[in-house]
Design a protein around this ligand. Structure first.
Ligand code: HXC
Length: 257
């Protein structure tokens, strides 16, 4: 399927979704978010895909929600239509998603990157939550996810001033996992996504689920869930293959079952 505002591409077991609205720095209008969610859901269902990448252009991952689209909205209609309620689609994707960020990731753009499972940045990337400068606040998870990633002091500093930070600052504060030269970002991201996609898919899904639950559950429940999922991996053929391969001093050949 082809979309108006995203481009999709498959490289081996990796699905790549590229945000594509060049004339507005990938500002996240509703049709773009709809295309993004549909493209990710299609890869999530596809047996041939083990991991995904969401990326943008060299100049912008995404410069935020579409300011022109939302500037005249009113509270009552926002509330009745649950404005931004449909932005949560990414959260129900079960396979891992890497956000590969070059250029601006601002406002809703930074929030979409944080909805992904990890962020890799090009060395010229800029992150920020500038909503405060527009007389509003983050509305798609910024106050919650940024705080859990970088801590309260840095989250307050960024969200209350609207300042941008560099890729290096984002790396130092834990917002991004890795920084690559901007021109190599996609290739390096595909390499790491391929490593993940070649692991046993059931184990990958369980690891992602366990990590995400750690943010919601207390330690006792979190450890309980982890142990049950760990025990469950012994019901997969891939666990037998992985441990046999180790003892036989060879590479495992996972079948994702
Ligand atoms: C609509 C946008 C846009 C946005 C850029 N454009 N960001 N349109 N919504 N968020 C459009 C510009 O209007 C312009 O269109 C074109 O993209 C190029 O942008 P320029 O500003 O000319 O580029 P540049 O001078 O390089 O500056 C880049 C920039 C700046 C620093 C990123 O565009 C900017 O500050 N953008 C807004 C960033 C922001 O405030 N984001 C938060 C949005 S609020 P024309 O037609 O003039 O060429 C938000 C709320 C989240 O995200 C709440 C929950 C989702």
């Amino acid at each position: 399927k082809t979309y108006e505002f995203v481009k999709v591409e498959q490289r081996g077991r990796v699905g790549i979704v590229t945000l594509y609205r060049p004339k507005a720095l990938n500002a996240l209008c509703s049709p773009l978010m709809k295309d993004l969610n549909e493209a990710l859901q299609a890869f999530d269902k596809d047996e041939g895909i083990g991991a995904m990448i969401v990326t943008g252009s060299e100049k912008a991952f995404a410069a935020g929600a579409d300011i022109k689209e939302m500037k005249d909205l009113e509270f009552v209609s926002n509330y009745k239509n649950n404005f931004l309620g449909d932005w949560t689609g990414i959260n129900s994707i079960r396979k891992p998603i890497i956000a590969a960020v070059n250029g601006f990731a601002l406002g809703g753009g930074c929030e979409v990157a944080m909805m992904c499972d990890t962020i890799y940045a090009g060395d010229t990337a800029r992150f920020g939550q500038p909503e405060i400068k527009l007389g509003t606040i983050p509305g798609a998870g910024g106050s919650q996810r940024l705080t859990s990633l970088v801590g309260k002091a840095k989250a307050m500093d960024l969200i209350l001033t609207g300042d941008m930070i560099t890729a290096q600052e984002a790396l130092a504060s834990g917002l991004v996992a890795r920084v690559f030269p901007a021109k190599d970002l996609l290739e390096e991201s595909v390499k790491r996504a391929t490593i993940i996609a070649n692991m046993s898919l059931p184990s990958v899904l369980m690891a992602k689920e366990a990590i995400n639950k750690s943010l919601e559950l207390g330690l006792t429940e979190g450890l309980h869930l982890e142990r049950r999922l760990f025990q469950a991996t012994f019901g997969t053929k891939d666990q037998k293959e992985g441990m046999a391969a180790f003892t036989e001093k060879r590479a495992p050949n996972f079948k994702h079952e």
